[in-house]
Design a protein around this ligand. Sequence first.
Ligand code: NCD
Length: 306
Amino acid sequence: MLFQKSLVSIEDVSTEDIEEILKISDSMVKLLEAHKNPHSMDSYVMATLFFEPSTRTRLSFESAMHRLGGSVLSVSDVSSSSVAKGETLADTIRMAEAYSDIIVIRHPLEGAARLATQFTAKPIINAGDGSGQHPTQTLLDLFTIWKEFHSLDGLNVSLVGDLKYGRTVHSLIMALSRYDVNINLVSPPSLRIPDHFLARIPKSKKVRITESLDDVIDSSDVLYVTRIQKERFADKNEYLGLIGSYSIDEVIAGKMKKSAIIMHPLPRVDEIKPEVDFTGNARYFRQASYGVPVRMALISLMMGVS
Ligand code: NCD
């Protein structure tokens, strides 16, 4: 049950909720294709508070709300809001609560979205909290996999790149570990997934940790590639030493199963070469497009108007 609940961690969503979201997202895809607007939410307002850069997440949340017939209030540049005057997160959230029905927040600090829930009774959606989690990205990632393979079970999924700071993979790993999935974690040793996330994966789950893409490339059904999170490094030289750790090109994509897909939450920098866009394996742009129907499904369930 998502009605009037906040979504901060993917653990806030039950497996039954995920199933419902996938099904409703699918019907939203059909509504969008038919240009049908359910007009169910014309009395609802969503506030989006983005304390960190975003293209896809903010725009797809806003598009989703508009497509549902609702309205959006947006702070996309905090330097133009009272945060620049020193207003606290608590007070900013209290104001968003007064003006809207649902609050979407992205913040550079891990735990900020959870903290925000303490200052409002309205539902908060975590659109990324530092190196913490990004649960709505995970919902659209699951939807992409489900659309492709018609199931979330029986797959070999490899997560590649910055598993230490990448919040999308933190949420995704925990969601995938509920299904019958083999998980391969491919990263340089210094960018391994933090132990506290690893510890939350059930012991029964098969998880392989490796540094080598070659170990997994030909057996993966899903290759989920991530950007090295430049903005999280205290030491820029450490970042410079890690860029280019993995770079998927046509030759590497050619080693994959024909049916396998390459995903990426985007933005990409150099970890997937543009030539890969034209291979049969690339799914990252379609994945990004699913941000709208999946967020439509989520918002309508949270507001109880589905
Ligand atoms: C991701 C994020 O912000 O965590 N982007 C997104 O929301 N699609 C991934 C990233 O920035 O690398």
